[in-house]
Every structure is written in C-alpha cells, then in structure tokens.
Design a protein. Structure first.
Ligand SMILES: Cc1ncc(COP(=O)(O)O)c(C=O)c1O
Length: 415
C-alpha cells in the first residue's frame, strides 16, 4: 500500500473534486421504479370489480387481501395462496402491528401477552437498523447473535433459547440478508424450526424482504422455513414477512405475511379488530399490472436484476482492484438483495465513514448495523449501491477504497 502522505494527497484530490454522492440507504433507482409505472394507470372507472366480484370501492373483501393478489404474491414467501395475508404498503407496519399484538395479547398458543414477561428478541448482527429500532421502541430487549454465511449462528441461538422463557423469538432476514447478503441454509432452517425452546410461544419472525431479489440467473432455491416447520410439527412458530417495496414502488405497494392455516385464523382475527380490510384498489392494480408484465413477477424481478447487477459488479471490481491484495478489508459477494457488507481489518470503520462524508459521499453511519448503534469492533460498513447511477457507484467506490486505505494507514501510523 502507498505511504500515508501519498494516500492523504490522493484523498485530498477526491475531496477537492467536491463530489455529492450517496450510498446510505438501500433504495431502488428510478430506472427500477420506471418498470412499474403502468401500475399508475391500471385501475380506472371501468374496472373496479375484481374477477371474483369484489367491488374495490366498498368494505367487503376480507382482511386477508384480494384472492387474486394472494394467488400472485404467495410466491414471494414460497407459501400457498391461503397461507398469505396481503396487507398495506409496508412490511414494517405489519411487523409493528403484529409485535404490538404479541406484546399485549400474545401469539397463537400464548397464555398471555409478552409485555409483562421482560420479553427478549434475538436479532442477527450485522443486521437491519429498522428491525432494532422497532423492536427496541416496543420494549423488547435485544440479544445479538452473529449472522453467518448460513444464517443465524445456531449455537448462539440455542444457548439463548433453551433455558429462558422470556426469549420470545428471533427476528432476522432469511434470504440475502441486510447487510451481508447471506441466506439461511436448509440445515440451519431445520435446526431453527426444531430447536427446543423454553418459551412455548417462541416465534420465528423471518423478514423475507429480499426473497425474490436475485442477482444471479438460476438461483439456488431458498430454504423453505414454513415447509420445514410443518415437517417438524412446529409450523405455528413461523411468521414470514415481505413486501413489494423493492418490486414495484417503495412504501407504495403491498405488505405480505406468510404463515400456516392456524396462524392465518389467529392473525386475521387480530388484524380484523384494527381494520375492516386493506386497500383493495392498490392490490387490484398490482394484480392487473403483474398479469400483463412479461413473465409476471419473475419477469419483473429479472428486469430489476438487469439494472442492479452492473452496480454490484462495479462494487466488486473496484474493491478487488483497489483493495484485493492489501489485507485492509474483506467483503461479501451477495447473490441477491440490496447490500454488500464490508469489514475493515483494523477498527477504522467510523473513520472511513467520516472521511467519505468530508469528501462528499454519504455512507450508512457506522453502528447502524448493530442494535445499540455501536459496532463493538468498529469494522462493519454497509454499502448500498442500488440507488445511484452506475457512474456514481464507480466514483463512490473508488472514494470508499481510498478512505479505507487512508484510515488504515492513519491507524497504523498512530499505533
Ligand atoms: C430487511 C428489510 N426489511 C424491511 C424493509 C422495509 O420494508 P417495507 O418497505 O416493506 O416496510 C427493508 C428496507 O430496506 C429491509 O431491508
């Protein structure tokens, strides 16, 4: 690696260029949204009745969502049409409502709500900041376990769940995890659904936000948590979540929850106390749009991948070229999802983010991928290359590489 002075000079050059770049949040690009623009004109005064005779203007239709929507979007959670609830615009909203219910009233099979039992939730790290914020705001104590290449570290999970009745669940991303891109293996999934837990109402809250967001052709089929739980006789334990936020419009589509039949009955009654039903107009226009889209949901996701893959390739190319043999960082090579997770070899992640910011690049704040906002090792950086255009991803990544080299050299010089 170059010496500190020449790295500083290189960095100053980037800084004086006065860039304004942003790789902070995992948002789709406008080109991704453009694929779904026809949704906006799918429903008009001539087609407010669904195939099954539901008038989208009126209350009747049920809390589970339109049958036609359930038939299409069940695929996202790999469940049967009658095992999915199609809700409104955000999976976080659905998770928030269901966590709140669990706290006040319990889940299927609970003797009482969890709120007075000092409820604890296992989360994987590095993980998704909004999971931590939501669960903590509602009063859960969070217990971190490492996310491995095969899913949650099951030895750590086992140690937490086996004796403590207040450990009520695990909350994680099973496919192309945020931020590591790792997915649950079949073995880990099998262990998770069959692990003995002290809490009889232990629940797996699996946020499958990226289940259909592949970056590779012919992806390996994901472990089917609900099916494996059925095989183990623990299907009541599994709640799956997803949305169309990165399929059609972010916060402008549908939220999904997948579960066994007994849970469908339990949760539809619970949700029905809070709403007569979801927004049917939104569901109907999603159905009409996807029916027409070449290749349906799969076709749309493959068109998304065509836009996203060059950006992920660019991240890998720059990191390999600039840092490949320096030993200053390691990073994931995701096969899907929205992020690349990078670990610096030295505890300099916050310095990298600071240097990047001063040179005009916003990165996800360090610590965001940990429940208390503090990365204990100060090494993890979440890279979110989906929103900026490809040229900006290239510029941003060159700057990231420069900042990593400089921060590492500074650290070594001070040691
Ligand atoms: C793992 C995960 N879950 C949920 C969300 C947000 O989903 P929604 O828009 O459905 O609330 C995101 C957004 O980045 C995410 O990464």
């Amino acid at each position: 690696m170059a010496d500190l002075n020449s790295l500083r000079a290189q960095y100053e050059k980037y800084k004086s260029a006065g860039a304004s770049l942003n790789m902070e949040r995992g948002q789709p690009a406008d080109a991704n949204f453009d694929l779904s623009l026809p949704i906006l004109s799918e429903v008009d005064a001539s087609n407010y009745m669904t195939d099954n005779g539901v008038d989208i203007r009126n209350y009747p239709g049920g809390v589970l969502g339109l049958k036609e929507a359930r038939e299409i979007f069940c695929e996202q959670l790999s469940v049967a049409p009658d095992e999915v609830i199609i809700s409104n615009n955000s999976s976080l909203d659905l998770m928030g409502r269901m966590f709140s219910w669990a706290l006040l009233k319990g889940v299927l099979g609970s003797a009482q709500g969890w709120v007075n039992q000092s409820p604890k939730l296992i989360v994987t790290v590095p993980g998704y900041d909004r999971h931590f914020t939501l669960a903590k705001a509602l009063g859960f104590e969070l217990l971190s376990v490492p996310m491995t290449a095969n899913g949650p570290d099951m030895d750590a999970v086992e140690a937490l769940v086996s004796n403590d009745t207040s450990v009520k669940g695990i909350y994680f991303v099973p496919t192309y995890s945020n931020p590591t891109g790792d997915s649950l293996s079949a073995d880990t999934a099998r262990r998770l659904v069959s692990i003995p837990t002290a809490a009889s109402d232990f629940t797996i809250f699996a946020d499958d936000a990226y289940s259909v967001h592949h970056l590779v052709d012919n992806p390996e089929p994901a472990a089917n948590l609900l099916q494996l739980a059925k095989d183990a006789g623990t299907e009541n334990r599994v709640l799956l979540f997803g949305s169309t936020s990165k399929v059609t419009f972010a916060s402008g589509g549908l939220g999904l929850a997948g579960m066994c039949e007994a849970n469908i009955n339990f949760w539809s009654s619970a949700l029905n106390t809070q709403t007569i039903g979801p927004n049917k107009a939104e569901q109907w226009r999603h159905v009409l749009f996807l029916r027409k889209y070449p290749g349906g949901l799969k076709g749309l996701m493959s068109d998304h991948a065509k836009i996203l893959k060059p950006k992920f390739d660019c991240v890998q190319d720059v990191l390999n070229t600039e840092l490949g043999n320096l030993g200053v960082a390691s990073w994931t090579v995701p096969r899907g999802g929205y992020f690349v997770s990078l670990d610096t070899a030295l505890p300099v992640a916050s310095r990298v983010v600071e240097l990047a910011k001063e040179a005009g690049l916003a990165l996800t704040p360090t610590g965001a991928t940990y429940p208390d906002g503090v990365d204990p090792e100060n090494r993890n950086i979440r890279l979110a290359p989906t929103r900026p255009p490809l040229e900006e991803v290239q510029q941003a990544m060159e700057l990231v590489a420069c900042c990593i080299k400089l921060a590492s050299a500074e650290y070594e010089a001070a040691a």
